[in-house]
Design a protein around this ligand. Structure first.
Ligand SMILES: [Zn+2]
Length: 311
């Protein structure tokens, strides 16, 4: 069965005035590389529509959604890092729509797994707050949609973006049905994600944070993957695995100081794909978060997709 590749040109229209690290060039480099290598021809390309607001309301307040809509009537900054332009609301709705299309394709057995090449990214967006380049929380939407639409019980979100996914953590903080595991450089933006943040009430123990000092590379990541992370996932027994796939822990990334290699991302992908095959009928959906060195990002995404698609 094929690997799905979710993409829509609307993702390119979300753009800052002047230079910003989270820019359309990120997706353009990924697409160009997948075309030149011929990998794109081996994928099932999925073109999504905007998500219906009723799905976005599963994870965000109505006030938050209205604020994004209103702000994106022109160019504006929602905080020091997070911009919108007049196309951002539509791009963000279409990013969420991409998650819905990916969940549909995987759950209906049309693809084995999928990668969502979406912008804007999502894992910093909290239920009532945009931040860190993120407007709507794409991976959280995928989890809630899979639960509501397909009665999926337990979902694992593995977040290997170099930054802590405070938004995803906040949305599932008291939830025992969605396990959130994050590996991230610490200290680093946004400052959350210490080891003792493990969830509350029903969700206690279903948030697992692995803050790591700057300078960690493949060896340190593999060590965690092959011990505590693997055993936590095996114990949780997810029915669907989602990856918040940022590639900003790459050794060339300008926004952080980790040393993960392109091959390192491929090996982490292999580990998670094997877990998905063993635990949940291969159901695995990966969504782009960060990654700001354009060449390293494109290379790493290709390596990641080659593992997912076995090409
Ligand atoms: Zn990041």
């Amino acid at each position: 069965m094929a690997t799905g590749f979710v993409y829509h040109p609307a993702y390119l229209a979300h753009e800052a005035q002047g230079y910003h690290p989270e820019n359309p060039g990120r997706l353009q480099h990924i697409l160009k590389r997948l075309e030149q290598s011929g990998v794109i021809q081996k994928l099932q390309v999925i073109t999504p529509a905007e998500a219906d607001l009723s799905w976005i309301q599963l994870i965000h307040t109505t006030d938050h959604i209205r604020r994004i809509q209103k702000a994106s009537s022109s160019h504006a900054f929602l905080d020091a890092d997070t911009y919108v332009n007049s196309f951002s609301y539509s791009a963000a709705l279409t990013a969420c729509g991409g998650m819905i299309s990916a969940v549909d394709a995987v759950m209906k057995g049309q693809v084995e797994n999928g990668f969502c090449a979406v912008r804007p990214p999502g894992h910093h967006a909290e239920s009532d707050r945009a931040m860190g380049f993120c407007l709507f929380n794409n991976v959280a939407l995928a989890a809630r949609y899979a639960q509501k639409q397909y009665a999926i019980g337990k979902i694992l979100i593995l977040d290997w973006d170099v930054h802590h996914g405070n938004g995803t953590q906040e949305i599932f903080w008291t939830d025992s049905t969605v396990m959130y595991i994050s590996l991230h450089q610490w200290p680093l933006y946004p400052g959350t994600g210490s080891r003792d943040e493990t969830g509350e009430s029903e969700g206690k123990g279903f948030t697992l944070n692995f803050p790591m000092p700057s300078g960690c590379g493949d060896a340190e990541y593999f060590q965690l993957f092959n011990t505590v992370i693997r055993s936590a996932i095996e114990k949780f027994q997810p029915e669907l695995i989602l990856i918040s796939a940022g590639f900003d822990a790459h050794e060339k990334d300008p926004l952080a100081q980790m040393k993960v290699t392109t091959q390192g991302f491929a090996e982490m992908s292999t580990t998670i794909k094997e877990l998905a095959q063993r635990l949940c009928s291969s159901r695995l959906i990966s969504v782009l978060e960060g990654g700001y060195h354009l060449q390293a990002l494109a290379e790493s995404v290709e390596a990641h997709i080659r593992v997912l698609a076995d090409v």
